[in-house]
Each structure stands twice: as structure tokens, then as C-alpha cells.
Ligand binder design. Structure first.
Ligand code: CA
Length: 542
């Protein structure tokens, strides 16, 4: 899944905004309105301190802490203007212990651990490894420090369940402050609106209507070249993500929680419906014939050849509307609601979750000052710096507080996100990723997608545990984790192989299925289900 993850990471940063569409009463409030083609979205963050003020500077005498952080092959750089500004305001500066040339995060992390000399601040790509460092005594439990000295972080722990569930490890300690997400959605269903119009079709609202529309795409020559060459349904993750299709019938090749019970979905009734239909769709030419080999460039290949009709993907799927307008005038990808499944339920399974941030090592001499600095990153001022950069340099502010990026950001050769990053914004630290900066750089199609999905929180399962990339992402106890990996390393390839053979028709699903279920049992699927169930209960009953 690694390639997919990298790709998604890139896409996250170009996404448009939704703002805690679910828990409106607890979350930062969002107001959005559309005017003259631009979306204005304003987020107001809570001010949990009693008098609403954050005492600055944090230290009267400039204080320096060491930091280990290497995000996207960019080691932390204290000369970044945003962090210089933070140092100026707070009195606290951070000095990287990674040389600028060392871009291998894992190697540098292991090197630091084996040296026995830990930086004061430590962030790392893997939550499991960070928590392990905590269990092993390398990171401080932050619970008490936060309670006493970090009211902004505490507010999120008390009011944002997803944030809290990410922050607490299974032993009840907090070893790192997460990077929070103010966005709810991640991916959308996309369809060629101009093809619908050309064939006189309505946007499909159910999986059966989707079938009929896609069959019409296949047979009706909507690209107008006189050939039956359209690829109605495609996905750029190829064989790694059969789930994107299985979701249409509320199934997957993964674990899933229903009514508090963990299921392995290939054992469920929906899976039979899904595979039977997908096989039919494949035979009818609805499903990409190169489904299993297309790979991550698939979307670009099919869109630039004017062949692709419908997909489930990030906001970047809307970029073709402008990119390909000269070649294919009228080309229009629009986001549409997830089609209702065979039971009439509309559901979107992809969603954003908070990620890893940073922790404080047990070798740090002054953790109190440091946790105050961590807290500063969650203040409105800190969030503005980390998301928007510096007023007058990267953005301007209207009288009502609405911010606008300046031309040097919007027209940067590095892309807006790349440029902001080069100044130290949007780094992987404990903070809140602000939806507003994302919407400020989004395309019209992306903004429309954002508005549609944002206005339907009921499509999302807010109480569900995190699904990273559509895969259940639970924290497991180390002994459980080892057993889980042992079992699933033989099950996953088996499921993938069988699934492929059923879709391609090299073996018959109906006659295979009883033996398939038996084989899953003999490979220990019940063990794995029990382990994931324990992880789920620890998550929900912490
Ligand atoms: Ca054609």
C-alpha cells in the first residue's frame, strides 16, 4: 500500500475544505458561503484559556531545544522564516539534529536511537514506532504536562474524539501530540458530466443506476471517435484497491466494524453480491479491462486519452477540467454523491484522521517550557503561522479576518503548497491543519466537490475507528501485532489472488466460495478478527 499512501499524501495537501462536518457542536465552527465563484470559508478556533490570552514570550531569555524531524525528506530547518518568526514571538527556537543532506528518515531515526542521545523534540513517520519509543522510556508521557500547561491541546483532547483517540496510546499515556485535521472528507466519486449530458443521462444515485449509466458510456461512444474504446469505471490504484469498487456494495477485502462487531468482509454476504456484480461489470466492459495492471498513472493515462468515465479519487480528479480543455473542449469531471448500495444506504468510506505529530524525549531538561511551545502551535496565532505563513509575506487579511494568499504563493513555480513548505509551513508537527488554506488554493471543481460532501455528514461514520487508505488502522498490543501480521501475511495475498481470478473469470466465484471460506478459517482469520476486535474495544472504551 506504500505507493498509494504517498500518492494520497500529495493529494491531501491539494484538497479543498470541509470543516468537522460531523461534530459541529464541539468542533471549531465553520461558516462558508459562496460569492462570485469564490468560496469564502472562515474557521473560528476555540480560545480555551480563561482570559483568552496566550502569554508571550514563553521564555524571556531565548531558549533553544534540539529537534529530530524529517518530513517528506525535508529535515527540520531552523532558518525557515516561519520558525524564525515563531522564535521571535515565543523566545523558543529549535535546532535540527539531522544534517540537511540526510534525507533517509528511517536511517536517521535508528541512528539516533542507537547513539543513545535523543533530541529534545522527536517526530517520526510511524505512530507505532513513536509509541514504542514511549513504552521503552524514550518519550515522556505528556498527559500531566498537557493538563497543567497546555490548555489548547487539552481542549482538543476533551472535545475532539478522533484527536484524542490518536493521541492516547494503548497504555493510556500520550507520547506524541498529533497533527490534527480540520477536514472531514478525503475522496469523492467523480463522473464525466459532459458525457452524461451528451447521452441525455442523469447523474446516477444508486449502484444500479450507476451500472446503467456506465453501460451507456461503454456503448454510446460519448467521446465521439466512432470507436467502442471508453473505459467507464477505473481507478488509479489498480489491483491494490479492489475495495474502491467493492464499497459500492458495502463490502471490501478488509476488516470493518458493524454494530460494534469486527468483521472480515470477504466472509460477509455483501461480498458475494459485490463480487458477482463486479464480474458482470467486467464482462460488460464497464470495469477497466486493465484493472489489475493499470497502476498509479492509470488516471492520467485514461483521462488524457479521453477514455475514462468515472472514478473514486481525490480533488485532483477535477484538475483535468482546466488541464485538458484545449484538447477536449467541454470535458467536465464533477463530484457526485456516493451511489446508494443494494440496501439503499449512501456511505462514503474514506475520511481523514489525525496523524503523527511530535513528542518530548525523556532527555529534555525543560519539558514544561517545551509543552507550552507545543500549546502555542494550537493557538489561533500559532495555527495561522503554521498554515498560512507570515502576514504581508504570504497572505493578507481583510477587515473581517478572511485571509488571502498573495500572488507569490499562488503563482509559485513550486506550487502553492510547495512554496509554503519551503518557508516552514505545513510541516509534520503537532498542530491543526487548517481547511482555509486548502480552499484558498483549490480549483472550482474541487470547491464544488468540497461543498457537496461537506453538506452531508451523514454519509460518514463518525464513530468508526480510523481507516487509513480504506484499511482499518488500529493500535494493537505488541504481542497481538506480531500474531496479526503472521496471520494476515498469508491471508492477504490469498484473498487478492482469488479476487483477481473471480473478476477475470479464470475461476468461478460461486463454486470456489465455500472452499475459500474454509481456507481463510484454516489460515487463522478468526484469530485475526479477535485481535482486531480487542484493538477496537481498546479504542472505543479507553
Ligand atoms: Ca469512443
Amino acid at each position: 500500500m506504500e505507493k498509494r499512501s504517498c500518492m494520497l499524501l500529495g493529494a491531501v495537501l491539494l484538497s479543498a475544505a470541509s470543516l468537522f462536518a460531523g461534530g459541529a457542536s464541539e468542533a471549531p465552527k465553520a461558516e462558508s458561503a459562496q460569492s462570485t465563484g469564490a468560496v469564502k470559508t472562515k474557521v473560528t478556533y476555540p480560545v480555551p484559556t480563561k482570559d483568552g490570552a496566550f502569554p508571550l514570550p514563553i521564555t524571556s531569555k531565548p531558549t533553544e531545544f534540539t529537534i529530530f524531524l524529517n518530513f517528506n525528506n525535508m529535515p527540520f530547518d531552523s532558518s525557515w522564516p516561519v520558525w524564525q518568526e515563531m522564535a521571535k514571538r515565543t523566545g523558543i527556537s529549535l535546532k535540527s539534529v539531522i544534517s540537511k543532506s540526510n534525507s533517509n528518515e528511517k536511517e536517521a531515526f535508528n541512528l539516533m536511537l542507537s547513539s543513545g542521545k535523543l533530541a529534545d523534540v522527536i517526530g517520526y513517520v510511524s505512530a507505532t514506532d513513536l509509541e514504542k519509543l514511549g513504552h521503552d522510556g524514550g518519550l515522556l508521557p505528556l498527559n500531566d504536562l498537557i493538563r497543567q500547561y497546555a490548555p489548547h491541546i487539552q481542549w482538543y483532547l476533551d472535545n475532539d474524539k478522533k484527536f484524542a483517540n490518536t493521541a492516547y496510546s494503548l497504555d493510556g499515556n500520550i507520547y506524541y501530540v498529533p497533527k490534527n485535521q480540520t477536514l472531514k472528507f478525503s475522496e469523492f466519486w467523480w463522473i464525466r458530466k459532459d458525457w452524461l449530458d451528451k447521452l441525455g443521462l442523469q447523474t446516477p444515485t444508486t449502484v444500479d443506476e450507476l451500472h446503467d449509466v456506465l453501460l451507456a458510456f461503454r456503448n454510446g461512444d460519448p467521446n465521439g471517435n466512432g470507436k467502442k474504446d471508453e473505459v467507464p469505471l477505473f481507478d488509479r490504484a489498480g489491483n491494490k484497491m479492489p475495495d474502491e469498487y467493492l464499497w459500492l456494495w458495502d463490502s471490501s477485502t478488509e476488516f470493518y466494524v458493524r454494530d460494534g462487531k469486527v468483521e472480515f468482509e470477504p466472509l460477509g454476504a455483501n461480498f458475494e453480491t459485490a463480487v458477482t456484480n463486479l464480474r458482470k461489470w467486467y464482462e460488460e466492459g464497464i470495469l477497466d479491462p486493465e484493472f489489475f495492471t493499470r497502476g498509479p498513472k492509470g488516471r492520467d493515462i485514461l483521462m488524457t486519452a479521453n477514455l475514462g468515465g468515472c472514478t473514486h479519487d481525490w480533488v485532483s480528479a477535477g484538475n483535468y477540467n482546466t488541464k485538458l480543455q484545449n484538447e477536449y473542449p467541454g470535458l467536465e469531471m464533477v463530484a457526485f454523491a456516493p451511489p446508494a448500495d443494494q440496501h439503499g444506504v449512501v456511505k462514503e468510506r474514506t475520511e481523514r484522521f489525525p496523524g503523527v505529530g511530535w513528542g518530548i524525549s525523556t532527555q529534555c531538561k525543560d519539558p514544561v517550557t517545551l509543552i507550552k511551545f507545543f500549546d502555542y502551535c494550537f493557538t489561533p496565532e500559532g495555527q495561522e503561522l503554521l498554515n498560512w505563513g507570515i502576514e504581508g509575506l504570504t497572505y493578507t487579511k481583510d477587515a473581517d479576518g478572511t485571509k488571502h494568499f498573495m500572488d507569490n504563493v499562488l503563482n509559485s513555480e513550486l506550487t502553492p503548497v510547495g512554496y509554503l513548505r519551503s518557508l516552514g509551513c505545513l510541516y509534520r508537527v503537532g498542530c491543526c491543519q487548517d481547511a482555509n488554506y486548502e480552499i484558498a488554493v483549490a480549483s472550482p471543481a474541487a470547491q464544488a466537490a468540497a461543498r457537496l460532501y461537506e453538506s452531508h455528514p451523514e454519509w460518514y461514520l463518525s464513530e468508526e475507528p480510523p481507516y487509513a487508505d480504506g484499511r482499518l488502522d488500529m493500535k494493537l498490543r505488541p504481542e497481538d501485532d506480531a500474531q496479526y501480521k503472521k496471520v494476515m501475511s498469508t491471508i492477504r495475498p490469498y484473498v487478492d489472488e482469488k479476487f483477481q481470478s473471480w473478476i477475470l473469470g479464470t475461476s468461478d466465484f460461486k463454486s470456489d466460495y465455500p472452499a475459500f471460506v474454509k481456507e481463510l478459517k484454516s489460515r487463522g482469520i478468526d484469530d485475526a478478527i479477535a485481535i482486531v476486535q480487542r484493538g477496537y474495544e481498546a479504542y472505543t472504551h479507553r
